[in-house]
Design a protein around this ligand. Structure first.
Ligand SMILES: Nc1ncnc2c1ncn2[C@@H]1O[C@H](COP(=O)(O)OP(=O)(O)OP(=O)(O)O)[C@@H](O)[C@H]1O
Ligand SMILES: [Mg+2]
Length: 233
């Protein structure tokens, strides 16, 4: 489905937050490195999807009522077999049901499990004066506690994207540290530039968050994405 169609449908259903598989589809359309996903509505569908995508997979709750999926037992990683997938599907639903009794459940996302990397964050918001602004940082405490992030107004050039990588205080981690390999900066620059283009071309997107993006010595992968559309609120 096209980006416009995905956004139109969300707006017509009164939703401002795209479902994760919709957000992933938008990002894929713009050439971002997203793992394969499918939405399942039963353990059987989840198994079927996992078989198609290939093991190992990750299962995640898809619900507009839930902001932090893992806080409510809504994310299960590293599923290697059909039995594990079916069991995880049921476990996720009962855990979510327990934590958020009235949650509206869209289904469960089946996603290709990607290797562990250095977790970084790429996001974008709209500013009343500058319009789209792209953000880069390292995941976890770096962004949440230390607020160690860099920003650029769109359109972000490749040169500016490289600057964003080097401006964060923890940028040395990208160059390799204590036996950890140097990261593929070209792949991260690519992501930043593509997000910049997406924000400039699709004005309905108000907010975009990819948290985390796994950064490798070769390449990168977007493991989680959130897109907010529609008017200011
Ligand atoms: N496809 C994947 N492959 C490998 N690891 C993953 C994948 N998806 C998620 N993870 C890991 O699991 C963690 C939690 O997943 P995710 O970010 O989707 O949920 P969340 O952070 O709880 O939800 P939210 O972002 O809404 O708060 C990620 O930070 C990442 O480390
Ligand atoms: Mg996340």
């Amino acid at each position: 489905m096209s980006v416009d169609r995905i956004i139109e449908r969300a707006v017509s259903e009164g939703r401002r937050k795209l479902h994760e598989h919709e957000a992933m589809a938008v990002l894929r359309e713009y050439g971002l490195p997203v793992p394969e996903v499918a939405l399942a509505r039963s353990p059987e569908e989840a198994v079927e999807a996992a078989r198609r995508i290939g093991f190992p997979v990750v299962l995640k709750i898809v619900s507009p009522s839930i902001v932090h999926k893992s806080d409510v037992g809504g994310v299960v990683l590293g599923l290697e077999t059909e039995e594990q997938v079916a069991e995880a599907y049921t476990r996720i639903l009962s855990s979510v049901e327990k934590h958020v009794p009235d949650a509206e459940i869209v289904g469960v996302l089946v996603q290709k499990m990607v290797p562990k990397g250095l977790e970084v964050i790429v996001g974008a918001t709209r500013d009343p004066i500058f319009d789209a602004v792209v953000m880069f940082g390292l995941g976890g405490i770096f962004v949440e506690v230390l607020k160690d992030v860099s920003f650029r107004v769109t359109p972000v050039s490749r040169e500016e994207a490289y600057e964003m990588l080097s401006e964060i205080k923890a940028s040395r981690l990208l160059d390799g540290y204590r036996g950890m390999p140097p990261r593929d900066k070209e792949a991260l620059v690519d992501i930043i530039v593509k997000v910049s283009r997406l924000m400039d071309e699709v004005k309905e997107i108000r907010e975009l968050d990819m948290n985390p993006v796994m950064s490798y010595d070769k390449g990168a992968a977007v493991a989680d994405a959130r897109i907010i559309v529609g008017g200011r609120s």
